[in-house]
Design a protein around this ligand. Sequence first.
Ligand SMILES: C[S@@+](CC[C@H](N)C(=O)[O-])C[C@H]1O[C@@H](n2cnc3c(N)ncnc32)[C@H](O)[C@@H]1O
Length: 249
Amino acid sequence: METKAASGINNAFYDNLGEMWYGSDDHPIALLRAENKARNKWVLKQLEEYPKKDLNFLDVGCGGGFLTNAVSEKGYKVTGIDLSKKSLEVAKKYDQSKRVEYVEASAYELPFESESFDVVSAMDILEHVEEPETLIREASRILKPGGLFLFHTFNRNPLSYLLIIKAVEWFVKNTPKNMHVYPLFIKPKELKAMCLSSSLDVISLEGLVPNLNSKAFWKIAITGKVAQNFNFVFVKNTWTGYVGKAIKR
Ligand SMILES: C[S@@+](CC[C@H](N)C(=O)[O-])C[C@H]1O[C@@H](n2cnc3c(N)ncnc32)[C@H](O)[C@@H]1O
């Protein structure tokens, strides 16, 4: 596992989450779980709209398998890679379909042949690596022409610094130090340029944010915990978290 990155990003704590991936409410992993609930629906919609039905799907940095397991349950052929072996064990345990192929690998060197996947996703990982352009180049290499690259990351501006880094540190109990680091956040125009130089044309971007109009959001500040009904919603602006879709040329 990569621990001493130049940016100071902390990718070591994923190894120690264990059952917390699915069970904790007093750790920011519960925010990720809530975010996945909304995002999984968005990903499944992209797959349903994809012209080919028997598609081959890879999730890069799959963590505890929130997305891979949900996609496999819908009958798609799914592979998930991650550097955290212990997270992959949790993902495998929660794979009800028992069909997901989990592989310990680096996003910088995907152990797959070129043009072998129809859809590749990179959710909440681009801002965890020092070289997102290398990850994107690899994703593009293994995508078939016309294939889809789906991603989620955080914009870099004072609002995202406050909301995604500081507010989480202040209000959610047990937030690991350097879970996110500001310099690794990525502006949409930077991400578009990285994609473009790897033969990926970004065709849509959408914001994905915590639902500020819910009691559950404000309850975090009082309890330090993420309630079950805490939810994320899609918005037009990409000021903080955003998802995107690109097509391989
Ligand atoms: C924030 S988690 C996101 C997990 C999952 N994509 C989700 O959204 O639920 C980031 C994941 O990226 C993984 N990761 C970090 N650097 C990596 C790399 N270079 N190659 C593969 N996985 C990496 C971590 O182990 C962790 O599981």
